[in-house]
Write a protein that binds this ligand. Structure first.
Ligand code: DPM
Length: 320
């Protein structure tokens, strides 16, 4: 079967959340534009992560929480590709599946969203004891490091649920991804983009990763048309860094990357949950060597104690 055959239908797997659907419909539209003779269908599925809403993310672990059912769909030939927020996609994919492309990244930063009583405040000027909602260990550890006088409280649920809890006064502020808020048309809730000096973002944040079967060259050709090379190189460096540290998605590991000409700069940090220990370093080299740079940075941070920090967190999360 060739991809130009007018009868071909390509089945796209997606989670059902509002954000997932916005992202998937965007991918469908781009593919439809690039390949008008192919029919692109969206198949929605619930993942484990959508069902377990009452347990802190850190405790349920992260092994494919938001991706497993979508991956099974491809392996069982019910779908041909799956659209993910790249940051939710494990750095070790199941046998038989590959990262087919990485799309152009939006602003990868974290955002501060405040209750109306704090509209005149910034992260720096929130009062002692202000309650910040987040269930990201990465955000928690970095903010505790910089603002030890703030309070932190877990928050789950989709964006609308979280914002409703904030507006109802359960929290004084939330930390959310700029990209997610923007894609849902809620960019006006972004009170402050958090500076990178305070919070390094998650690996792959702000980019979409599209997964497909290894060796499915028809699909890989289609996905190639959506790849943004600079974003892909940055994300390959970030993912190699995370993979090398054997961190899942739910660990206090943050990154930032820049590409200037053919040079890629990767900054990374690992922090303890109480924010007391934070190791951070930077590497630079040819963007062509993206994965090598990620591995180098992981080794550098390990020499500064990153492994001990991570081992301790793993033990703590298992015990709790
Ligand atoms: C992962 C994390 C979170 C999501 C952990 C982290 C945030 C959880 C929370 C791996 N996935 O960032 O340290 O704060 O409770 C998620 C969001 C997006 C993709 C929402 C968000 C949108 C942004 C994007 C949940 N996954 O981070 O506010 O596509 O990068």
């Amino acid at each position: 079967m060739t991809i130009s055959a007018p009868t071909r239908t390509v089945r796209i797997g997606s989670r059902k959340s509002q954000l997932a659907l916005v992202q998937t419909y965007w991918v469908q539209e781009q593919l439809q534009k690039n390949f008008p003779n192919i029919t692109f269908e969206v198949h929605t599925m619930s993942t484990q992560g959508d069902k377990i809403l009452d347990v802190a993310l850190a405790k349920i672990g992260d092994k494919g929480l938001f991706t497993k059912e979508l991956e099974l769909g491809m392996l069982q030939n019910q779908t041909d590709l799956a659209v993910h927020s790249l940051k939710d996609l494990s750095t070790n994919l199941p046998e038989g599946l590959v990262l087919g492309c990485v799309t152009e990244r939006e602003n990868p930063a974290d955002a501060l969203v405040v209750h109306e009583k704090f509209l005149d405040k910034q992260l720096d000027t929130l009062p002692e004891g202000a309650v910040i909602g987040t269930s990201s260990l990465r955000r928690l550890a970095q903010l505790r490091h910089h603002y030890p006088y703030l309070k932190f409280k877990d928050v789950r649920g989709n964006l609308n649920t979280r914002l409703a809890k904030l507006d109802a006064g359960e929290y004084d502020a939330l930390i959310l991804a700029v990209a997610g808020l923007q894609r849902l048309g809620m960019g006006d809730r972004i009170h402050q983009a958090i500076p990178l000096e305070v919070s390094l973002h998650a690996v792959g944040q702000g980019a979409l990763g599209i997964e497909c079967r290894a060796g499915d060259t028809d699909i890989l050709d289609l996905l190639n048309s959506l790849e943004d090379t600079p974003t892909a190189q940055r994300c390959y460096a970030e993912r190699a860094f995370l993979r090398e540290l054997e961190g899942g998605c739910q660990v206090p590991i943050g990154v930032n990357t820049k590409i200037e000409g053919d040079r890629l700069t990767l900054t990374g940090m690992v922090a303890s949950l109480d924010g007391h220990k934070l190791v951070k370093d930077i590497v630079a080299g040819l963007s062509y060597d993206a994965e090598e740079l990620g591995i180098q940075l992981a080794q550098k941070l390990r020499e500064q104690g990153a492994q001990e920090i991570l081992d301790k967190i793993l033990a703590e999360v298992e015990r709790s």
